[in-house]
Design a binder for this molecule. Structure first.
Ligand code: XMP
Length: 516
């Protein structure tokens, strides 16, 4: 275990991921956690992340220097590097230089940390203060124009640090710097592999649920719930029941992928609730986006709770269904304040004959994992590629990609257009270069066209391909013209009532990714 101490920059999660890419398990802890509690976790090494402040700023986060007396390897990056320098007796000051972005660095003495890399290369910097003097016993390894001490190490004590951000892709050789620290200075072993992630989780869940416990899992069609369900099925077999609410707003073939391929791959016990009519009836006549979202959310909870009640009622005599499986990921855990994982939630039942509040204990097999690890575990458990590689898809489904009232005919039309766009994107090999590509039907708009010998008066389709890191911001993806041409030609030829295809070239902000 390597602990990444988070000083409030957005980089801690990225560092934790890079450590795991070096096959060493990592967790993030807030810098406010007392040093004794950090040590109690028995880490093999500590990494101090970057942070937003100057070490001299009022209220700047600091680190208890007893950390440096604990006989534990420590690596500092950026702000963490300056904290180390300051805490160990070096000097940090503001020499008037600021460095932001790609910066050339020169290695004067590679030492262990910077071994086997070009003497001059580019790294990613973001700092105002600099270390002007390394602490005693440290070797200075590199400098930049504005930073006399840009990297240092003291291999006997297991200490090292760099002024730059080795975790970002813009830093050349960044991953190797991190690996030199982890493997060659801290002596961490490479034990974190996808194979043992799945096995460890299966063992842990067996223990949590016990010999007789029963669980329920809601499947959305997305990768997280599918992988969570696959892991729990491996642990407790048919004592897990998966529930999939088919609200009729899914894309083409998605329901079949769950019904047929997911079950074939995992052997999971699945209940599919066909609720299409119920949802379409509830949505009839509604075109305001928020109203649509509320209706879909409400109907979803109703349907899921009804299915849940049926499962509880049908459970064998003497057993209780006490567990609810959720696909919570590590970033959610970190962002919600490093919860301990023992929380329970209440599910409110408005279905006759059941207690008003049922208490479930949560089972969260993915709560230590990042998204890319979840995909890798899913692939290893044999889930179909279509599920494992699926791009984000909103809970309300195509309901919020039809601008206007949602009807069965419009859904079928959008499903055809979306399937063509996805098929062509996949064929072009560009799936991995974009974040997602919503396909939107402007159902209340019509325009004049000409097809064959006749005039048409049809609907436009909007393609919304975006690139993004986390969906908070996004840019429109510059897809090749040839690909856009193929999608456009096929959609207008093959989808009845569509006579125009357009591309949305708005970033987020000001636009959101979805149109509603
Ligand atoms: P926006 O449109 O807000 O979308 O830029 C950001 C990301 O969130 C997805 N999205 C949703 N996901 N339920 C979900 O599970 C929703 O109601 C929902 N609305 C938007 C969207 O696809 C994008 O990835």
């Amino acid at each position: 275990l390597v602990l990444v101490v988070d000083f409030g920059a957005q980089y801690a999660q990225l560092i934790a991921r890079r450590v795991r890419e070096a096959r060493v398990y990592s967790e993030i802890v807030p810098h406010t956690l007392p040093v004794e509690e950090m040590l109690a976790k028995k880490p093999k090494a500590i990494i101090l992340s970057g942070g937003p402040s100057s070490v001299y700023a009022e209220g700047a986060p600091s680190i208890d220097t007893s950390l440096f007396e604990a006989d534990l390897p420590v690596f500092g990056m950026c702000y963490g590097f300056q904290l180390m320098a300051q805490g160990l007796g070096g000097t940090v000051d503001n020499n008037g230089y600021r460095e932001y972005g790609r910066t050339p660095v020169t290695i004067s003495e590679p030492g262990t940390l910077l071994a086997d890399m070009p003497v001059a290369h580019n790294v990613w910097m973001s700092h105002g203060d600099s270390v002007s003097q390394a602490p005693e016993g440290f070797t200075v390894l590199a400098s930049t124009e504005g930073t006399p001490v840009a990297a240092f190490e003291n291999v006997e004590r297991g200490f090292a640090g760099v002024q730059w951000h080795p975790e970002v892709l813009h830093s050349d050789h960044g991953q190797r710097v991190l690996e030199h620290f982890l493997w060659n200075i801290a002596g961490c072993r490479k034990t974190w592999t996808i194979g043992n992630i799945a096995e460890e989780q299966i063992a842990r869940i067996k223990e949590q649920i016990g010999e007789t416990g029963r669980a329920i899992c809601g499947l959305s069609g997305g990768v997280d719930s599918a992988v969570a369900a696959a892991i729990v099925t491996k642990a407790i077999g048919d004592r897990l029941t998966c529930v999939y609410v088919d609200h009729g707003l899914m894309r083409k073939d998605e329901t079949e992928q769950i019904e047929r391929d997911f079950v074939a791959a995992t052997g999971a016990k699945l209940v599919v609730v066909d609720a299409e009519e119920q949802f379409l009836t509830a949505l009839a006549g509604v075109s305001e986006p928020e109203a649509k979202r509320k209706i879909i959310g409400r109907e979803f909870i109703r349907t899921f709770e009804k299915a849940q009640a049926d499962i509880i009622a049908a459970a064998p005599e003497g057993t209780t269904v006490g567990f609810l499986v959720q696909g919570t990921l590590y970033p959610d855990v970190v962002e919600s304040g490093h919860g301990s994982g023992t929380s329970t939630i209440k599910s409110h039942h408005n279905v006759g004959g059941l207690p008003e509040d049922m208490e479930f204990e949560l089972v969260e097999p993915l709560r230590t994992l990042f998204k890319d690890e979840v995909r890798a575990v899913g692939a290893q458990l044999g889930l179909p590629q279509e599920i494992v590689k699926r791009q984000p898809f909103p809970g309300p489904g195509l309901g919020i990609r039809i601008i206007g009232e949602v009807t069965k005919d419009r859904l079928d039309l959008l499903r055809e257009a979306d399937a063509i766009a996805r098929e062509e994107l996949t064929k072009s090999g560009l799936d991995d270069t974009i974040w997602q590509m919503p396909v939107v039907l402007l159902a209340d708009v019509r325009s004049v066209g000409v097809q064959g010998d006749g005039r048409t008066y049809g609907h436009p389709i909007v393609l919304r391909p975006v690139t993004s890191e986390d969906a908070m911001t996004a840019d429109w993806a510059r897809l090749p013209y040839e690909l856009l041409e193929r999608i456009s030609t096929r959609i207008t030829n093959e989808v009845k009532d569509v006579n125009r295809v357009t591309v949305d070239i708005t970033s987020k902000p000001p636009g959101t990714i979805e149109w509603e």
